[in-house]
Design a protein around this ligand. Structure first.
Ligand SMILES: [Zn+2]
Length: 228
């Protein structure tokens, strides 16, 4: 699905609602009963007009379902049109062991490369592990750390390693000012805020006009998710 996008602003949300139509990248639910995906019921078909990412979240992962989730993810990637793999990642607070999380995450890194899709990353207290994985691969695809709330020093470290950072409702203002234009994304994730509110606040913190920042974000979305 490579085309010109003008309307997408929100690169990560779990809310499939009218407001997301053509304006957000919606996290497609692999598990119908996942606690992460409240608005969905059953094996929903991809609705027309929405843009989706698909991946295995570390919170959903157990020893018993890992193989099944990976098979299902591969099926989805083969038959559906997605603009990203994820959210996927590593989370020290998740139930699944780090070993299992690493196996499943690396499988998703390979899928992101195979399908030529950027990777949307969830990372909690596992930055060293994440960076070690990144070193193992010769990556072509962008890695986007979503919902970044860490310290500015960590943002700087990640930017040096080539990451894109997506900021949502919570972040430090210093970090918001530190991310260069070409590495910044915005998102609502599970927030009740509208992406327009997040855009306005981000523009204020960065000291730029809202419409200037909107164009910056759109250009990044075009370059990363819809590369010609
Ligand atoms: Zn999310």
């Amino acid at each position: 699905m490579k085309k010109n996008v003008t309307d997408i602003l929100d690169i990560h949300t779990h809310k499939l609602e009218a407001d997301s139509l053509g304006k957000s990248i919606v996290n497609y639910p692999l598990l119908a009963d996942s606690p992460l995906y409240m608005p969905f019921a059953g094996d929903v078909e991809v609705d027309r007009g929405y843009y989706y990412s698909v991946g295995i979240h570390p919170w959903e992962l157990t020893e018993h379902n890992a193989g099944q989730l990976l098979d299902y993810l591969k099926q989805q990637l083969r038959k559906k049109q997605f603009v990203a793999v994820g959210e996927a990642g590593l989370d020290k607070l998740a139930v699944a062991s780090m070993e299992l999380q690493l196996t499943v995450f690396k499988a998703q890194v390979r899928l992101s490369e195979e399908y030529g899709l950027p990777l949307i990353i969830h990372c909690v207290k596992a930055v060293d592990e994440l960076l070690a994985v990144k070193k193992e691969f010769r990556l072509q695809q962008a890695w986007i750390w979503h919902g970044f709330r860490g310290k500015t020093e960590q943002a700087v470290q990640l930017l040096k390693k080539g990451f894109y950072l997506s900021l949502g409702e919570y972040y430090s203002d210093e970090t918001m000012r530190t991310v260069p234009d070409e590495r910044l994304f915005l998102e609502t994730d599970n927030s009740s805020l509208d992406i327009e509110d997040i855009l306005c606040r981000a523009a204020k913190v960065r000291g730029v006009e809202v419409e200037v920042l909107r164009e910056t974000i759109r250009r990044n979305i075009q370059n990363v998710f819809f590369r010609a």
